[in-house]
Design a protein around this ligand. Structure first.
Ligand code: SF4
Length: 256
């Protein structure tokens, strides 16, 4: 991410923290939450968009309407499908937005693939989590270290690991910054209705059966009736299917 401003010492006051810790934001619509977040934290707030789900694109559109200079970043793991790179460029054209691209540390990835191979993620949960840690979690930690708040597209409907997602929370796993999940209570139909109503660009792999697009080797199309995230790390049990970015270290104990 380019030219990061320094983190504020006290990004939020104690009253706000109290509201965040409770259910104060639950009654607010996504747009109102984003307006509050941008008014409070810009330019030290950014949307983390994977460009692999419609949720991030909906939020990007909402944020752009509130502040055209709202920031968005993407983690380029080096294993993303071409459709995702194409969408990043479409967003640049459509919104005139300089998407901030964050890369993994080359030396760490080089050492991992030398030792464990290019496709280590299929061999065990531990190796899959190692790959996610080096290609996603560590770059994410670096990106978030420059921010006071971040915005994610998590929704409660997306599976067992996301059912308890609040709309606004304190992200203890990332230094106590604020994490905003404005679409937490949206269902899939609401997301796609917004996409259609506002002609929001989305990943073309959604049209061939991918509700959620991650890295190319770790995503597949889902069958009718399957969970939305069934195509992500499909060879694992549902309770391990997270990259680690959205897992609270204190609750999970693993940090990844
Ligand atoms: S999703 Fe797959 S390729 Fe991407 S970082 Fe995780 S294990 Fe590696």
């Amino acid at each position: 991410m380019s030219a990061p401003p320094q983190r504020s010492e006290n990004p939020i006051d104690s009253d706000t923290l109290e509201r965040i810790s409770g259910a104060g934001f639950e009654a607010f619509e996504a747009e109102a939450i984003l307006k509050w977040a941008l008014d409070t934290f810009h330019p030290r707030i950014a949307l983390s968009a994977s460009f692999g789900g419609p949720e991030g694109m909906v939020i990007l559109d909402l944020m752009h309407r509130i502040r055209p200079d709202a920031r968005v970043f993407v983690l380029d793991t080096g294993r993303l499908p071409q459709a995702t790179y194409d969408l990043i460029d479409r967003v640049r054209d459509r919104y005139g937005k300089a998407v901030e691209v964050v890369f993994p540390e080359p030396a760490a990835v080089q050492e991992m693939v030398r030792r464990d191979g290019m496709n280590l993620f299929y061999e065990s949960v531990a190796k899959r989590q190692l790959c996610c840690r080096l290609r996603k979690v560590e770059p994410m930690n670096r990106a978030l270290a420059e921010l006071d708040a971040w915005v994610s597209g998590l929704r409660r409907e997306q599976g067992v690991t996301r059912a308890g997602t609040p709309k606004v929370e304190v992200d203890r796993a990332h230094g106590g910054i604020v994490k905003v999940n404005p679409l937490a209570d949206w269902d899939t139909d609401e997301v796609w209705q917004y996409v259609r109503d506002h002609d929001v660009p989305t990943n073309r792999l959604h049209r061939v059966g991918y509700p959620s697009v991650g890295c190319d080797p770790c995503s597949r199309a889902v069958k009718a009736g399957e969970d939305e995230r069934a195509g992500r790390w499909w060879w694992e049990q549902p309770d391990t299917r997270e990259c680690g970015i959205h897992v609270d270290e204190e609750e999970d104990g693993s940090g990844i």
